[in-house]
Design a protein around this ligand. Structure first.
Ligand code: SAM
Length: 580
């Protein structure tokens, strides 16, 4: 998430669970089933209701990382280490995580987290980690089956306290005692949280200190109903490798009495804080951050090291919340691109320039595009910070930018895209097709929009070859995916089409192959249909099909007839592909 991060739970809805597509095998349903089995039927409805929420508002970080590591190590030097880690991590991760998941509390049928149900952020918390990975793998496989092969999910060695960004909402009880926590699912009621199993522990500690300091500094927490009070949210970001910590105090008004003393007292207790910022958000919306900021202490940003490169991160810029898995993710994405050093690469939706800068050592030239101004500023600084001179960053809508490039007759060899959960756009994908890169590497945190976009890519001549699920969000229903697409050689297409006895004249002339019709029906109606049924429906609709195709082999052979529901679905597909 970026500055547009929403504070309300509504913003975190689970898109896998929201759409009707793929409805028969939903992750949330499985989570519910698991909960039902574990804690009895009564809690089943409750758990399901909570598990429908996405966990967007969960922000945090892992404190157990060696700080102060030097930034001069290059990506290449770390490759062997990564390869080893990603292979071993899976086995070790499953074992360690399971030990924790089957802690005494879980065995006693109590959740590991006291606010598990109310918070709803960790939908899978009480499921053994191994099962979580299996579930996510299955879900992804179902979604990506029509497009590509999926490698085994890469899980974490230690799937707890991984979030390097923590957000706490501040509120008070009837007596005016301050507390902090998260919004209850689908509401603006604050559930008190003092520690969280997926958030950085140091960040939780700092938030606890802030809570404890409010009374003595006479700072009142903001009341959403009356509009009185000052402190609304606290956002903490921690550099996983550097240990640098940013504290953002989100206030309803710019007037923050004793702010310098407050920050000094906080730093006395937590000298590891390297920067403190006041963000002013007087709006009645569910956005956490407002536009105005004042740096109260330090540089106003933190730095962290990823893949051997140093990155500056501002409060409103996007930065992946799980740095351990992010290194694996970037490595997979860059490997998939198969760069040789001669390529012109586009890093679309580039954030602070992480993928592009890491990839720059293997490419001739990298062009990054990002909508968030602060992130673009960070990206430009990051290129300088790392002495990278073959990267340029632009602040623009990625779709518009690509369209302009295509219209100007530019070219690209490889396109990385890492859009927000809502996915990319037709405009963007159309422009990619015009720019004709040999490879497209799609990094996604929204599997459903990924599947939607892969279909669009396919129609424009890009075939998904291989995918990897990487668990960037243990305990939650989210998952990150990388898919590598290649531009189909038009000659290959003709060869393949002709060699498949599946095609008839009508199909070849009118856009959709039998496979595309089958995929469409499978995705939209969760039904498999045979070529025979498709040809029967086409024949019935007066569409010409090849004479020898699907005719009975002998005079008295009994040919199964397409059932009505499948006929309707096929007709819809033909309509969808403008064949009728
Ligand atoms: C999932 S993040 C990925 C960032 C980066 N690739 C990384 O790994 O840190 C998506 C990014 O897309 C940006 N974004 C959202 N909508 C955009 C748009 N229409 N055009 C360009 N960038 C956009 C967001 O600000 C965010 O930085």
């Amino acid at each position: 998430m970026n500055s547009g991060e929403k504070s309300g739970r509504k913003s975190g809805e689970n898109t896998w669970q929201k759409t009707g597509e793929w409805s028969d095998k939903k992750l949330g349903e499985k989570a519910r089933k698991y909960q039902g089995e574990k804690s009895g039927k009564n809690s089943e409805k409750e758990t399901w209701r909570k598990s429908e929420q996405w966990s967007d508002k969960k922000l945090g970080e892992n404190p157990r990382k060696n700080s102060g590591e030097k930034s001069d190590k290059k990506f290449g030097e770390k490759q062997t280490k990564w390869r080893k880690e990603s292979a071993e991590g899976q086995q070790r991760g499953e074992r360690k995580a399971e030990d924790k998941a089957f802690s005494k509390e879980t065995k006693k049928n109590r959740s590991q987290c006291p606010v598990f149900r109310k918070c709803g952020g960790c939908q899978l918390l009480d499921m053994p980690y191994k099962k979580q990975l299996e579930l996510k793998q299955k879900q992804l496989e179902t979604l990506l089956k029509p497009f590509c092969r999926l490698e085994a999910m890469i899980g974490m060695e230690d799937p707890y306290h991984y979030r390097n960004k923590v957000h706490a909402v501040f509120d008070h009880d009837k007596k005016g005692n301050p507390f902090s926590g998260v919004y209850e699912a689908n509401s603006h009621r604050v559930v008190p949280v003092e520690s969280c199993l997926i958030e950085d522990e140091k960040a939780d500690e700092i938030i606890g200190t802030i809570r404890g300091m409010l009374k003595s500094f006479k700072i009142r927490t903001y009341d959403e109903d009356t509009g009185y009070g000052l402190l609304r949210h606290v956002l903490i970001r921690r550099g996983f490798t550097t240990g640098e910590i940013m504290v953002v105090l989100v206030t309803a008004s710019p007037i923050f009495p004793s702010k310098n003393n407050f920050v000094k007292a906080l730093r006395d207790k937590h000298p590891e804080i390297t920067t403190a910022i006041q963000n002013v958000n007087g709006r009645g919306t569910s956005m956490v951050l407002g536009d105005k900021e004042h740096v109260l202490y330090g540089k106003g940003y933190i730095e962290d090291i990823l893949c051997g490169y140093r990155f500056r991160i501002s409060s409103k810029s996007f930065y992946q919340v799980n740095p351990v898995q992010t290194e694996i993710l970037y490595k997979k994405a860059i490997e998939a691109a198969g760069l040789t050093g001669n390529e012109r690469v586009i890093d679309a939706y580039c954030g602070i320039g992480t993928i592009g800068i890491v990839a720059s050592q293997y490419a001739k030239e990298v062009i990054g595009v990002e909508l968030n101004r602060d992130a673009v500023k960070d990206a430009i600084e990051n290129a300088k910070l790392n002495d990278v001179s073959n990267v340029k960053f632009y602040c623009n809508d990625a779709g518009k930018f690509m369209e302009n490039m295509a219209e100007s007759g530019e070219h690209a060899d490889v396109v990385f895209l890492d859009p927000p959960r809502s996915g990319s756009t037709v405009e963007f994908i159309d422009s990619v097709a015009k720019l004709k890169p040999a490879k497209v590497v799609y990094v996604s945190c929204g599997p459903e929009t990924l599947a939607r976009d892969l279909e669009l890519f396919r129609k424009r001549g890009y075939e998904a070859r291989k995918g990897w699920g990487i668990d960037l969000f243990p305990m939650t229903a989210h998952v990150e995916t990388v898919v590598c697409l290649s531009r189909k050689n038009p000659d290959d297409r003709i060869e393949i089409d002709l060699s498949l006895d599946e095609l008839d004249i009508t199909t070849a002339e009118s856009k959709a192959t039998y496979e595309e019709i089958k995929d469409y029906v499978l995705k939209n109606h969760s039904m498999k249909v045979s070529s025979l049924y498709i040809s029967q429906v086409k024949r019935k609709l007066g569409l010409e099909i090849g004479t020898s195709y699907n005719l009975p082999k002998s005079e008295d052979a009994r040919v199964p007839q397409c059932p009505l529901n499948k006929e309707k679905a096929i007709t819809e597909a033909l309509n969808h592909f403008s064949m009728i």
